[in-house]
Ligand binder design. Structure first.
Ligand SMILES: Nc1ncnc2c1ncn2[C@@H]1O[C@H](COP(=O)(O)OP(=O)(O)OP(=O)(O)O)[C@@H](O)[C@H]1O
Ligand SMILES: [Mg+2]
Length: 656
């Protein structure tokens, strides 16, 4: 605001003219019109109005002369808001006391007292809240105690030296010299515990800093010891080492370096393991200990056999107390995890440790051939059916993450866990894997056997059914008996539907095998069949009647591999052929093999190899060969077939 002619009016008229305009509260005339009930509520509004006018009038009259010099000058006057609010704050709403009279006890401080170079006012001034910056330099003391503007330093949180630097020197000419002396340093900082004093040997820094550490280059010297004024009183300054003192021997290497490298490698390993890493937890136990008495069908392996017939201990684990099976002593659930695939091949008749002494017959096979089974057939079945292929880890099965997790949690863990209490419900002993041909059902069955450390016996439904009903029934019985003789065992019956009455081709012989199958499932997986897991696989789940279906406690859909899984299967298969595709070629191949099963992807690679061999040139497999093979090998499962799997899964499957 600048000077205008209206300022030439007498100052005693000035407040009426200006305050009337700014007042928003009722005038005394209005107040009479109000109903009596509302008077109390409006009391402060009227008081506010009266006091504002009277106080301002008196104050302005009182200080008119003082201000005249200022008003005459081209100085921008502070707004009234800079004065009034602090005074009005005292009349807080709800205060039952009548508003104080015009003789307010809040005198305004002179503007001149707040200007630089004037003497500081020690009296209480009206602290203009939100006022002009000039007034800010004249803040009341209680609000800014201890600042560099001369306030008392009694407030302990504002130690000496605080605040002064934040205020422009123009507002506060006083320097630190005007401040009260700071409290003794000993009060500000407690003495350190014994042994931690800066004069102790730990703080004897060499004067020139440490010598450069080998392998780390020239390190910046450590900061010099703090200067004496920072030290607590009574403590000696650190004693610099004499220049002739031998330098501190540099450590050969820091421990954390090796630890960091180890950490990095561990991290890398974990990253390499990737999502599949969690499926490498259980140790595969390829070597079976020999039987001392040389029995053809050694029964027990050793004390590792669990109450449920499956061992959970990794190879090399120390033998536990013998009372853990029959004595009710709970076992440690699982052995320590073993990371990384173990690629030892199966041995046909792996060696076994001497059979342990019988422990009450609980889950310990007798070692004798089962009664009622022809020993010759049993021998035949054992020699033909025992799968001696390499162990299959979870990571060897591409994709199928959810299914693998479900199998592990619902089948492997319960089988490996000891029974919670005698007579507790048995874990599932039968599982049906259904899905398109070549989707990896048999692969998963082998993987289950590996995870359980079990002997794998494989039986093909078509093979069993081929010789006829009678012979097929005998084979079935012998297979189950062989599995019972070699616990823990996984009996994998693929093409299960071949044993059941077919709907469309009407094979009567196969239908005749249903009853023996059901009988075997009941006896083989009943209460007396600890240590046998039956895995049935089928690509025609709809062919299973209800009786057969119910015999399988778990039923899981093995889907076709998705894109990433196809990529993995292809890469693995092509690597065996010495072929490495570029990323783009592999992506194109993955794209072009949509709907292929794992088995069909293998066929594709074989077809490509065959095509390349036909050309008569000794050259590595290329993308062109695979493209040519794609014209000959295609997916067998139609979208309709896939839909029927999904439907069956919805109705009878367990989902995952
Ligand atoms: N997810 C997979 N990861 C790696 N290999 C796979 C996968 N699925 C299938 N394969 C490979 O495909 C081939 C066929 O697999 P498998 O025999 O397990 O299929 P299947 O479902 O049992 O077929 P079928 O119904 O004809 O018996 C095997 O060589 C197997 O290694
Ligand atoms: Mg199969």
């Amino acid at each position: 605001m600048h000077w205008t002619p209206e300022h030439a009016q007498p100052l005693n008229q000035w407040p009426e003219q200006h305050l009337d305009v700014s007042s928003t509260t009722p005038s005394p005339a209005h107040k009479l019109e109000l109903p009596p009930g509302s008077r109390q509520r409006c009391h402060y509004a009227w008081a506010h109005d009266d006091i504002s006018a009277l106080t301002a009038s008196n104050l302005l009259k009182r200080y008119a002369e003082k201000y005249s010099g200022v008003l005459d000058s081209p100085y921008e006057r502070p707004t009234l808001g800079g004065y009034g609010d602090a005074a009005f704050l005292n009349g807080a709403k709800g205060d039952p006391e009548p508003w104080p009279g015009p003789e307010t006890t809040y005198p305004l401080a002179s503007l001149h007292e707040g200007l630089p170079g004037t003497k500081s006012s020690s009296g209480g001034g009206s602290g203009g809240l939100g006022g002009s910056p000039v007034l800010a330099g004249n803040l009341p003391e209680p609000l800014y105690a201890g600042n560099a503007c001369g306030g008392p330093s009694s407030a302990p949180e504002y130690a000496a030296g605080y605040g002064g630097g934040y205020l422009a020197p123009g507002y506060c000419p006083q320097t630190g010299a005007a401040l009260p002396p700071p409290p003794p340093a000993a009060l500000l900082q407690p003495p350190p515990p014994p042994g931690y004093g800066p004069s102790g040997p730990l703080y004897n820094y060499p004067a020139g800093g440490y010598a450069a550490q080998p392998g780390y280059g020239a390190l910046a010297p450590p900061p010099a010891p703090p200067p004496a004024p920072y030290l607590t009183s009574g403590l000696a300054a650190p004693t610099p080492l004499p220049a002739s003192a031998p330098p501190r021997p540099a450590p050969a290497s820091y421990g954390f370096q090796a630890a960091a490298e180890a950490g990095v490698s561990l991290k890398r390993k974990a990253a390499d393991e990737g999502a599949e890493g969690r499926y490498r937890k259980y140790a595969y136990e390829p070597a079976k200990a020999p039987v001392a008495d040389g029995a053809s069908y050694p029964a027990a392996d050793n004390g590792e056999c669990r109450g449920n017939g499956f061992r959970a201990k990794p190879p090399g684990a120390a033998e536990e107390a013998s009372g853990k099976y029959g004595g009710g002593v709970p076992l440690k659930v699982l052995g320590s995890p073993v990371y990384g695939p173990q690629l030892e091949p199966f041995e046909k008749f792996p060696e076994r440790a001497p059979a342990p002494a019988p422990r009450g017959g609980f889950a310990v096979p007798s070692g004798e051939p089962p009664k009622g089974v022809d020993p010759g057939t049993l021998e035949l079945v054992t020699s033909k059916m025992v799968d001696c292929g390499p162990p299959v880890q979870w990571a060897d099965v591409a994709g199928q993450g959810a299914l693998k997790a479900a199998l592990e949690e619902e089948l492997v863990w319960p089988l490996l866990r000891p029974p919670a209490y005698p007579g507790s419900p048995c874990p599932p002993r039968t599982v049906l894997l259904f899905g398109p041909r070549g989707a990896g059902k048999a692969l998963l069955g082998r993987c289950l056997a590996t995870q359980l450390g079990a002997t794998l016996l494989r039986l093909r439904g078509a093979t069993v059914a081929a010789p006829g009903a009678a012979e097929g029934a005998r084979l079935l019985q012998a297979a189950f008996a062989a599995a019972r003789c070699r616990p823990p065992a996984v009996l994998l019956i693929s093409e299960l539907d071949a044993l059941l009455p077919a709907r469309d081709d009407g094979a009567a012989a196969a239908g005749a095998l249903q009853a023996p199958l059901l009988a075997c499932l009941d006896s083989g997986c009943g209460a007396g069949s600890d240590g046998v897991l039956v895995v049935g696989t089928t690509s025609r789940p709809a062919a299973l009647d209800e009786a057969t279906r119910r015999r399988f406690a778990l039923r899981f859909y093995v889907t076709l591999p998705d894109g990433p899984a196809r990529g993995q299967i292809l890469q693995r298969a092509l690597a065996q052929q010495g072929c490495a595709l570029s990323e783009r070629e592999l992506a194109a191949l993955v794209q072009g093999t949509q709907g292929f099963s794992g088995g069909e992807l293998g066929q594709l690679c074989q077809q490509a190899v065959a095509g390349a061999g036909l050309s008569g040139l000794q050259r590595p497999l290329s993308y062109k060969d695979l493209e040519a093979a794609l014209a000959k090998v295609g997916p067998r499962a139609s979208p309709k077939d896939l839909d029927s799997f999904v439907e069956w899964d919805k109705m009878y499957g367990f989902g995952h």
